[in-house]
Design a protein around this ligand. Structure first.
Ligand code: PLP
Length: 395
């Protein structure tokens, strides 16, 4: 019998991850009805292939790896200079000036968001509800105290600082455009968070994984807003922008000037990464560099445009049916109120059993998500049209 102690904090998190629960339900249904075609508008994975310029760059890099003279071993823990520089140039598109040394390349925003917890002590954590579940679970795993920021129809799913937040030294997670609600902060709203963070000595962890989907005036980076370099770390990813969910590439920006406890956060993160991370493959970094070039961005934005056309198809149907929803504009996600007052899981079962369309129950993203449902625009055009057609008949 094992005599070791486990991390007891794991007992505080829900035993299974949202998408495993969904997967189980879908597998059970599909083994009972093998002849019915299931359309998945649930999990937020992309379906279009990588852009040609990414493939070209990666193919060339593979050839380099096959030659003694150009072979590379371990990649630098923070990313090759060529990619850190390409990311810095990418930020110039939004009028943001960063030094490549402030950019730390990694294999995913999920890993970075989970790993960032390592460099902080026992601060009170503010997490929007509903939101991408990784912020909550990774903080609970480390035994952190979490407080939720209710995001609901009244505040447009964009919570702002209010008088109930009387403490200081918070770590505040913001996700914009938000997964799952699709709501995106405008500059003046982010300015409120920034001034709150500066006033209370708090740090913002800003997740901009969906920046490429922004239509309109919402900022693509928190650093577009004054003061952010004093109080915000930004995590971004090529997963949804360039179809890198299976290829993997993301980065975290830790501005040089932020210090806490007498140490620079950038030095802490560098130390953490150098100890526990051994760098992203060279081939992938060349692909990422290509995705961020002018031609690459153009090609990737055509993938985004395709998904946004899917979003428009779903949005039109919801409007036609008088179903309240948000998102689908600066986001590949549509966040709808379950019709007829149905609960999130009841609506999930209703769609699965009647028309074999799979979405994601809102309450999987937090208590405030009860009664809501997320559909994604990441499916193929054919599947999205078919799902819309089926929903039109059922709802
Ligand atoms: N952040 C948000 C808000 C996401 O929705 C996701 C993925 O769905 C991620 C981060 C993860 O990104 P990556 O694929 O780079 O790990």
């Amino acid at each position: 019998m094992m005599k070791i102690k486990i991390n007891e904090n794991f007992k505080k998190i829900k035993p299974s991850y949202l998408f495993s629960d969904i997967g189980k339900k879908v597998r059970t249904f599909s083994s009972a009805h093998p002849d019915l075609k299931i359309i998945r508008l649930g999990i937020g994975d992309v379906t279009l292939p990588l852009s040609p310029c990414v493939i070209d760059a990666m193919t060339k890099a593979v050839a380099e790896m096959g030659e003694k003279s150009s072979f590379r071993g371990y990649a630098p823990e923070y990313g090759y200079d060529f990619l850190r520089e390409a990311i810095a140039r990418h930020y110039e598109r939004f009028g943001v000036s960063l030094s490549p040394e402030e950019i730390f390349v990694s294999d995913g925003a999920k890993s970075d968001l989970g790993n960032l917890v390592d460099i902080f002590g026992d601060n009170e954590i503010l997490i929007p509800d509903p939101v991408y579940p990784v912020y909550l679970d990774s903080n609970l795993m480390s035994g952190r105290r979490v407080r939720f920021l209710a995001a609901n129809a009244e505040n447009g799913f964009l919570p702002l600082p209010d008088e109930s937040l009387t403490g200081e030294g918070y770590i505040i997670y913001l996700c914009s455009p938000n997964n799952p609600t699709g709501a995106a902060y405008e500059k003046n709203e982010l300015a409120e968070w920034i001034s709150f963070a500066i006033k209370t000595g708090s740090l913002i962890i800003y997740d901009s994984a969906y920046e490429a989907y922004i239509q309109g005036s919402a900022p693509h980076s928190i650093y577009e807003v004054e003061g952010a370099k004093e109080c915000a770390i930004e995590v971004c990813s090529l997963s949804k922008t360039a179809g890198f969910t299976g290829t993997r590439c993301a980065w975290t920006v830790v501005p040089a000037g932020i210090t806490a406890g007498g140490l620079s956060l950038s030095a802490l993160w560098a130390r953490r990464q150098a100890t526990k991370y051994n760098g992203l493959p060279y081939v992938v970094q060349r692909g990422a560099e290509a995705a961020l070039s002018d031609e690459g961005r153009k090609q990737c934005m055509s993938l985004v445009a395709y998904y946004m056309e899917n979003a428009a198809l779903i949005a039109d149907l919801l409007k036609k049916k008088g179903i309240w929803f948000t998102g689908g504009r600066s986001s590949p996600y549509l966040w709808l109120k379950c019709p007829g007052g149905m609960g999130s899981w009841a609506f999930f079962d209703y769609l699965l059993e009647n028309i074999q369309v799979v979405g994601t129950p809102g309450e999987g993203f937090g208590e405030e998500g009860k009664g809501y449902f997320r559909l994604t625009a990441f499916g193929s055009r054919e599947d999205t049209e078919e799902a819309v057609h089926r929903m039109e008949a059922l709802l």
